[in-house]
Design a protein around this ligand. Structure first.
Ligand SMILES: CC[C@@H](C(=O)O)C(=O)SCCNC(=O)CCNC(=O)[C@H](O)C(C)(C)COP(=O)(O)OP(=O)(O)OC[C@H]1O[C@@H](n2cnc3c(N)ncnc32)[C@H](O)[C@@H]1OP(=O)(O)O
Length: 254
């Protein structure tokens, strides 16, 4: 089984499942490459109407960057290369001309929240938790997540999520406007499919036109440049002892 699973339904829904249960669906370079390939494919494929991203199992949507791999990156330059690679992928996910959904089947942590922020909609299992915990690791969002979040949530709500670095329940996330809909854990996929149906029923042209309106707004707001300034900022913090010591303690605790 690959690290990313792909499934297409007859009505045009593409399911991308991060399949690394043992690492709580953490993102490594292989997963990044698969994301890029799938996003490009979905953009070009006329019969693909909606992209849903989720995680395998019921524990995690995505635990962010694979700390066991990325802990080997020490300098600002090394960190920037990795962060910019995923930043580019998340910009293309955000600006995909089709609706995108993050289905939080479990915990979304760090970069997992950045992937979710790149999507148009975030829906969650009743037991899902999420947190932009980067601050607790001595870094900031390194994949452009803060810039995307600030486009999508009211300022105070986005800043609460980012600046506290706390973990929140799906229900709290709904109050903060981060989560749009909560489904039962038992019927997660079926309930999500039912909810997506209203979008799938629209023509591809209508969906693309609305998405292009959003993309135009983000172009005017220089979203891409802001994401890369954010990525640069994170790469500077990445070099700090605070960051390396925090990651080392996470890895040592396991
Ligand atoms: C690098 C980019 C940066 C960004 O730009 O945002 C980031 O993403 S920083 C990364 C932030 N992520 C974290 O800090 C993740 C921390 N993980 C957790 O909080 C928890 O693991 C969890 C996701 C809430 C799941 O909890 P639980 O179900 O209790 O599982 P365990 O904690 O026991 O973990 C099982 C297993 O998975 C490994 N793991 C978890 N997360 C990661 C990760 N991000 N990278 C690598 N490995 C991860 C964990 O070490 C355990 O491994 P074993 O002990 O070998 O079983």
């Amino acid at each position: 089984m690959g690290k990313v699973l792909l499934e297409r339904t007859e009505n045009g829904v593409v399911w991308l499942t991060i399949n690394r249960v043992e690492k709580r669906n953490a993102i490594d370079f292989d997963v990044m490459d698969s994301f890029k390939r799938v996003i490009d494919e979905v953009e070009g494929n006329k019969s693909d109407k909606v992209l849903v991203i989720t995680g395998a199992g019921n524990k995690a949507f995505c635990s962010g960057g694979d700390l066991s791999v990325f802990h080997d990156l020490h300098t600002k330059e090394e960190a920037y290369q990795m962060l910019a690679k995923m930043g580019e992928i998340l910009y293309s996910l955000a600006t995909l001309t089709k609706p995108t959904v993050a289905l939080l089947n479990g915990a979304a942590i760090g970069g997992g929240c950045e992937i979710a922020s790149a999507c148009d909609f975030r829906v969650a299992s009743e037991n899902a938790k999420f947190g932009f915990v980067q601050g607790k690791l001595g870094i900031t969002t390194g994949w452009g997540g803060a810039s995307m979040l600030l486009e999508k949530l009211p300022y105070d709500k986005a800043m609460t999520l980012l600046m506290t670095a706390n973990r929140f329940s799906a229900q709290e996330g709904q109050g903060l406007g981060f989560i749009h809909k909560i489904f039962s854990e038992q019927n997660l996929k079926v309930e999500c499919e039912d909810w997506i149906q209203a979008y799938v029923e629209q023509s591809s042209g209508v969906l693309a036109a609305y998405k292009q309106a959003a993309v135009k707004k983000w172009e005017i707001a220089n979203l891409r440049d802001r994401m890369f300034a954010e990525i640069n900022q994170c790469s500077i913090l990445w070099e700090s002892d605070e960051h390396h010591e925090a990651v080392q303690s996470f890895l040592d605790a396991k």
